[in-house]
Design a protein around this ligand. Structure first.
Ligand SMILES: Nc1ncnc2c1ncn2[C@@H]1O[C@H](COP(=O)(O)OP(=O)(O)OP(=O)(O)O)[C@@H](O)[C@H]1O
Length: 258
């Protein structure tokens, strides 16, 4: 039996009277691109936050590669190899590309005996940043020391994605990565998602963009009113089916209903 890369059962989260998660289940299989779709307010972001330690669910269980986990913070999830690219990208505009890639995990210089200096190992960080961006085909930027505030929206997205790819050893989660981008830049991000999959990383893609979802996803998790109601195969359904199931206009197919 294949062990899911990330799995959850019965997640609940209330905000006062609002039920953001209502017994939500989730399964991400190894080496797949799983799209998560749902109407506004369906609970997609809360689900992702619960899976990455940004929100503590009131109830429910989560497993990472079959091991139970209960993240108390996003740092704990990150330390276990779950990287999230948030919509706001979480970049520091005044810092360079290389510094942003290592934000919060700066590499310090060491001496011959492995003793840490207080100074940062800029050479190492620049080399790694360049290598990661090149590997992902994202190095359209000449100077790795360029401040992020001087980059285009697509290039910034590239930095955030490359950072997630560099450190996400088990799962990469992307929240609306193409929402603010033009056609060419979106294409680049989609190519990067496919490239990450080729490298064996499972990816969660939260998106409202149906053509993008149908282009790259292996399976589509449909979220409605706080829970997963179906997981559909994009090869067997149209975009209109997906939207109809998502909005409640069509019942999920019996064999794919959650
Ligand atoms: N911190 C919070 N405090 C109060 N209510 C919240 C909070 N976060 C989410 N909610 C509510 O929980 C519900 C689910 O929100 P969530 O952001 O998870 O949905 P979503 O599917 O990601 O929506 P969207 O596509 O619009 O981003 C909504 O009714 C939202 O108003």
């Amino acid at each position: 039996m294949v062990v899911p890369a990330l799995q959850a059962r019965g997640l609940n989260k209330r905000y006062g009277r609002v039920v953001a998660l209502d017994n939500a289940d989730f399964d991400l299989m190894p080496n797949e691109i799983l799209a998560v779709i749902g109407d506004n307010g369906a609970g997609k972001s809360t689900l992702i936050k619960a899976l990455t330690g940004a929100v503590s669910p009131d109830h429910g269980e989560i497993w990472l590669n079959g091991e139970p986990v209960a993240f108390k913070s996003p740092i704990e999830a990150r330390n276990l190899g779950i990287e999230t690219v948030y919509q706001n990208l979480a970049l520091s505009p005044a810092l360079s590309i290389a510094d942003n890639m290592f934000l919060g995990r700066e590499k310090r210089r060491e001496d011959f005996f492995g003793r840490m200096f207080r100074t940062l190992d800029k050479t190492y960080m620049q080399k790694m940043a360049r290598q990661k961006l090149t590997e992902l085909g994202l190095l359209t930027i000449q100077n790795i020391n360029q401040p992020v505030e001087t980059l285009s929206g697509g290039q910034r997205q590239g930095v955030a994605v490359a950072r997630a790819a560099a450190f996400g050893s088990r799962v990469v989660i992307m929240d609306e990565p193409t929402a603010a981008l033009g056609v060419k830049e979106s294409r680049k991000v989609l190519e990067t998602i496919l490239r990450l999959k080729e490298r064996g990383l499972p990816i969660v893609l939260i998106s409202h963009n149906m053509p993008h979802v149908f282009e790259v996803a292996d399976r589509i998790h449909i979220h409605r009113l706080g829970k997963r109601i179906a997981v559909i195969n994009p090869k067997r359904h149209t975009m209109s089916d997906a939207v109809a199931i998502m909005t409640g206009a069509m019942a999920p197919p019996a064999d794919e209903a959650a």
